[in-house]
Design a binder for this molecule. Structure first.
Ligand SMILES: Nc1ncnc2c1ncn2[C@@H]1O[C@H](COP(=O)(O)OP(=O)(O)O)[C@@H](O)[C@H]1O
Ligand SMILES: [Mg+2]
Length: 381
């Protein structure tokens, strides 16, 4: 299943948003245009749907409704989220889920639902507030999405959302997990528990996945020869052998790998692991442009057999210069005084014209993602 459309009102820097999403989607925009905020909608829905989650926790974890609601909105309106779901490579809607959230005006100022709706195809199968909600308003502090005994009719939506994976690997966290104290995040987005995750996969599968990563690293990393999993005093490690003039001198463990090598390993592992919605935050970071240019086709190749949706944020021209990317797959974010505006690149005539003139998506879009007065940046100092 995929999320084939996202509709938002008053979500962070999006006062309004309504965009179609494909099997593979690239969210592109200048710094601080809301790329991460957009991915956070899917993480928010996951946080509501997952076991031990729920609406109250998902809102509290984000600092309350006042942090979530768009600052450009007036009169404290609802935050609204709607998603449409379809089969992979299809636009036919099989599910719709919509929710409106507000904050109590008095007391503890807790979030509550103004509505929650589910459609199966075009048929409305949940429409809250219902009679029970009107008799007991406290029920509106929880969604049916988070309640096993209330979501039987639309369990598919719950299962899909709760298994969403977000990856934004921070090499330093993976290398030195013990140096970063504080609670571990349950979904481990930054790779602190990455090695643990690798250790939990059964031997055969792990070997097969690492073998593929080894093949990729042999191409991408100079002098890279061998790559495998090992344990030392019960602790999991990744080890690589580099070609070296001194035999045995070329062995290295993950804390010596380059940031780019580690990010590539994390990316290739996550693409092979699981088949749920995968959110990739700027996969181009620390990687050479020639490697970045291959990421879209690797994604395509690995997502297709699994029928898995992958949504990527990026501001890399290299990544978008893949000729296989269609303009329908690109969501462009542009800043305006009334919040960020999101459009599919295919709906912008200038970009279409540039593409028809033989340009790649990256070059057609680049002028729109750099700050307007960029030349004045040096003058500031
Ligand atoms: N509730 C909100 N209302 C309006 N803008 C917000 C809100 N929360 C965050 N922002 C703005 O969103 C921007 C950050 O967006 P982010 O998704 O991190 O950008 P990107 O990932 O594209 O660099 C910041 O400029 C921040 O001020
Ligand atoms: Mg960001």
């Amino acid at each position: 299943m995929i999320i084939s459309r996202l509709i938002l009102k008053n979500w962070k820097n999006f006062k309004e948003l309504n965009v179609p999403l494909r099997d593979r989607a690239f969210i592109v925009g200048p710094n601080a245009s809301g790329k991460s905020n957009l991915l956070d909608v899917f993480r928010f829905l996951r946080d509501i749907a997952k076991p031990g989650g729920g609406l109250q926790k998902a809102v509290t974890d984000r600092g309350g409704i006042t942090k979530i609601r768009c600052l450009a909105a007036r009169n404290f309106p609802d935050v609204e989220i709607e998603i449409h779901m379809s089969e992979f490579s299809s636009e036919e809607i099989i599910w719709k889920y919509a929710v409106g959230i507000k904050q109590e005006t008095r007391g503890y100022r807790l979030p509550y639902l103004t509505y929650e709706k589910v459609w199966k195809g075009n048929k409305l199968i949940l429409n809250r507030p219902d009679k029970d909600d009107k008799n007991d308003e406290e029920r509106l502090s929880q969604t049916h999405l988070e309640q096993i005994n209330a979501n039987k009719e639309f369990r598919d939506i719950n299962k899909f959302l709760e298994s969403t994976i977000y990856l934004h690997l921070v090499p330093q966290l993976l290398k030195y997990p013990q140096s970063f104290t504080g609670p571990d995040l349950s979904d481990d987005p930054f790779g602190k528990g990455f090695l643990e995750r690798v250790s939990k996969v059964n031997d055969r599968t792990r070997k097969a996945w690492l073998k593929k990563i080894e093949l990729a690293l042999k191409i991408a990393v100079p002098q890279f020869k061998e790559f495998y999993y090992t344990e030392e005093n019960g602790h999991p490690h990744l080890e690589a052998v580099y070609e070296h003039w001194r035999p045995k001198a070329g062995k290295q463990q993950e804390d010596q790998f380059s940031d780019g090598t580690l990010r590539l390993i994390g990316l290739l592992w996550s693409l092979q692991e699981g088949d749920s919605l995968l959110l990739l935050e700027e996969p181009e970071l620390s990687l050479n442009g020639a490697i970045v240019a291959k990421i879209p086709s690797i994604i395509y190749k690995l997502q297709k057999p699994k029928k898995r949706q992958i949504i990527v944020t990026s501001h890399s021209t290299d990544l978008l210069n893949d000729k296989g990317i269609s303009l329908d797959e690109i969501i462009l974010l542009e800043l305006s005084p009334e919040g960020t505006i999101a459009k599919t690149a295919s709906s912008i005539p200038e970009i279409k014209a540039m593409m028809d003139g033989g340009m790649t998506p990256g070059f057609a879009i680049l002028p729109r993602t750099k700050p307007k007065n960029i030349n004045q940046l040096t003058i500031a100092f």
